[in-house]
Design a protein around this ligand. Sequence first.
Ligand code: ZN
Length: 185
Amino acid sequence: MKTMKTWPLLLLAAMLFIAGCSKKDTKLPVSAEKMEAIVSPLINKDGTEIGKVTMSEDEKGVTISITAEGLPPGLHGVHIHETGVCTPPTFESAGGHFNPTKKEHGFDNPKGFHLGDLPNVEVGEDGKVEAQVTTADLTLKPGAEMSLLDKDGSALVIHEGQDDYKTDPAGNSGARIACAEINKK
Ligand code: ZN
């Protein structure tokens, strides 16, 4: 299962690499600029891999895809945290929310929001979730101020409860129940 999910992305990356090397670069500006997708394992509080987080970037911004199973049904807060270290069971190692613009938490907070704030995801009764969001506020370009791939990387964290989108610093979303490290390869 691991191999099957990873291969198409590797293949895509290889194709983009070949396109990037082509002498026809000028005719393929979009393909040549596309960056390799980053695929990170998502782990739960036991340290067990329960899914994947994929990040890719194009002219519209960074697209974050989450595929996981074995989570409690219902709405859960999801945020990008500032440090790319997921140490179970608390995941406190991931630090606070990714917040280079020094705002408060929450889309509905007048002093908000953190660039790492993301919409809640809904886990089905079967414990599975598949969610995708694209944000123009983030980048994967190393060195950029809004980059998720800064020196210490970043982490995607799923919380126990739902984010109320207004309470600083984490939307009253409770404990951290799953985490994926987002780091340079
Ligand atoms: Zn936040």
